[in-house]
Design a protein around this ligand. Structure first.
Ligand SMILES: Nc1ncnc2c1ncn2[C@@H]1O[C@H](COP(=O)(O)OP(=O)(O)OP(=O)(O)O)[C@@H](O)[C@H]1O
Length: 535
């Protein structure tokens, strides 16, 4: 009897313990339900999984993976690894790679009704374990408990828990995992949605910036002045290509109007209501162009403190204008070619490809065929871009356009200055017609802008052409200088006038109406040294 009483007492105390444990579990699970709806980001969700569930059963870390858009692969969404796993040499692969679903493990979880437990020693001993399992095993993991995340009857991915001891995932632990999986699924879907919203917010902010810029540059064909034969041929080509979706390569010296033409093509295309996003491939160091083009995830490299959407994504459904494509570093050319061909990009540190629908317009003042022959430009990319080349002739080869251009700029800048429309004397026009315009239309535009401001009456009689040019015309009648010589002398003259200052207000780039990068590459190409400026 005593024995039986003792037995009953023990039984009662065990029951009591079990009951208390159950009540505590229920309290924790209830607080989980209350808190989970408030979670808006990944760290919050991970902290909740770790802290709340860590009180109910023990595990070393947890991972949430998601099924990719193609529904054939999965990738990591959320990870809370312990330090041993983090130190594994392939840890980065684990959190960034996409893995096939049909690997004998992941698909098993998706096919199962509830929580599935895997013994890693056993899986690895069999010899055909997938690499993500081998990495975990090498980091000391013995057991994985995994369950499918489902929201609105759609499988989202898998929630898995990792333990460094065998038998960690008892029946109790598995029951808890099965109880919470619905709520975690909901939280994952919410976080995904919040991320999407933030992505669109960032995109909208960037688009706003572009719309502000674009509203000042809504050029169409009518803004391109050119009455001569060469320009008429060019207009004909524009008419043929603008409406198509084809890639266009615009070739021409600096200042010939390549960007103007690119904007006119975009504004006459079915994509005109979307953005034309410009990337100047010469203005940035190689490391930055990659992130500028493809974007990066937060923390993907030193200095990447925020996630950044690349210009490719920003130009989605619109046009991407790759200016100075000839300056693009060779290793990036490979990535660009892939993005154009596959119509998808990958952010630096990103977790898989993103589809993009972008029309490419590229421009360069370099001779791309020569660049290819000399190994500075990839042949495959050249052919991919050279689908529809448009060459803008230098201004000296279409002097017949100079009067119309001059009148256009004089009109524009007298209006800008709030003055009565000015005109130009025939003597001054003759001078414009006989100058060689190494800076092309941009140089003509800048010169006339200055002339409008410097002329007090209504007729421009004096044109402030570079001194070196005027001297050359007077003194060297018998010798025709090469264009490169003229250009070199002209740049040296301007640099001297600017006391060697290349950029900034009053610098040579501003005076010449050239980009600093263009001027610098000219200075290098023409062999202009500091010493030259002293002589
Ligand atoms: N045919 C044209 N009609 C009117 N304006 C023109 C024409 N061509 C060029 N311009 C003007 O000349 C300036 C330089 O043109 P743009 O920037 O398009 O040249 P670019 O060839 O892209 O130069 P770069 O190679 O240096 O980038 C711009 O202000 C542009 O509006």
């Amino acid at each position: 009897m005593a024995k039986s009483t003792h037995k009953t007492t023990t039984h009662t105390s065990d029951d009591q313990d079990a009951l208390e444990k159950k009540i505590r579990q229920q309290e924790i699970l209830l607080s989980l339900s209350a808190e989970i709806i408030r979670i808006k980001n990944k760290p919050g969700l991970m902290a909740m999984i770790r802290e709340t569930l860590g009180q109910l059963f023990s595990f070393s870390h947890a991972i949430v993976t998601l099924i990719c858009e193609d529904r054939k692969h999965w990738k990591t969404f959320l990870v809370d690894s312990d330090s041993t796993t983090r130190q594994h040499k392939q840890y980065n692969d684990l959190i960034t790679h996409t893995y096939p679903i049909q690997d004998g493990i992941y698909n098993k979880v998706l096919e199962a009704e509830g929580c599935v437990v895997f013994d890693l020693d056993e899986l690895v001993a069999r010899g055909n374990a997938p690499s993500h399992i081998i990495i975990q095993h090498e980091a000391g993991i013995k057991e994985i408990a995994a369950i499918t995340l489902v929201c609105d009857n759609i499988q989202l991915g898998v929630l898995s828990f990792y333990a460094k001891t065998h038998g960690a995932f008892t029946k109790d632990a598995r029951d808890i995992i099965e109880q919470i999986v619905g709520q975690v699924s909901l939280a994952v879907a919410n976080v995904q949605q919040m991320e999407e919203i933030n992505r669109y917010k960032q995109q909208l902010e960037e688009e706003n910036h572009y719309f502000r810029e674009a509203s000042a540059t809504g050029y169409t064909y009518s803004d391109i002045i050119g009455t001569g034969e060469a320009m008429q041929k060019m207009f004909h080509l524009l008419g043929q290509v603008a409406y198509a979706n084809s890639t266009v390569l615009i070739l021409g010296e600096t200042g010939t109007g390549k960007e103007l033409v690119a904007r006119a093509i975009h504004n006459s295309s079915p994509r005109k209501d979307k953005l034309m996003v410009k990337v100047n491939c010469a203005a940035m160091p190689a490391s930055l162009i990659e992130s500028e083009l493809f974007g990066h995830e937060k923390g993907s490299f030193t200095g990447a403190t925020e996630r950044r959407i690349g210009k490719f994504e920003l130009a989605n459904k619109g046009t991407l204008f790759l200016d100075e494509i000839g300056e693009m570093p060779v290793d990036l050319q490979v990535k660009l070619l892939r993005a154009i061909q596959e119509k998808e990009i990958e952010r630096i540190g990103g977790r898989g490809p993103i589809k993009v629908d972008v029309r490419i317009i590229a421009a360069t003042n370099r001779n791309l065929k020569k660049e290819v022959a000399e190994g500075r430009f990839r042949e495959d990319l050249f052919y991919r871009l050279n689908v529809f080349p448009i060459t803008l002739p230098p201004l000296r080869e279409r002097r017949e356009d100079i009067p119309a251009l001059a009148n256009h700029f004089i009109g524009k800048y007298s209006r800008n200055a709030g003055r009565k429309e000015m005109s130009i004397s025939s003597k001054a026009m003759k001078e414009l017609m006989s100058y060689d315009w190494p800076g092309n239309v941009r140089e003509l535009e800048h010169l006339l802008e200055r002339s409008v401001l410097l002329t007090s009456g209504n007729v421009i009689k004096e044109i402030d052409l570079p001194v070196i040019y005027k001297n050359t015309v007077k003194e060297e009648k018998d010798y025709t200088k090469t264009l490169a010589e003229m250009e070199r002398e002209y740049i040296v003259e301007v640099l001297k006038r600017c006391n060697g200052k290349v950029f900034g207000p009053g610098g040579a780039a501003e005076v010449l109406g050239l980009r600093v990068s263009t001027l610098n590459s000219r200075i290098k190409k023409l062999g202009i040294k500091k010493e030259t400026l002293i002589s």
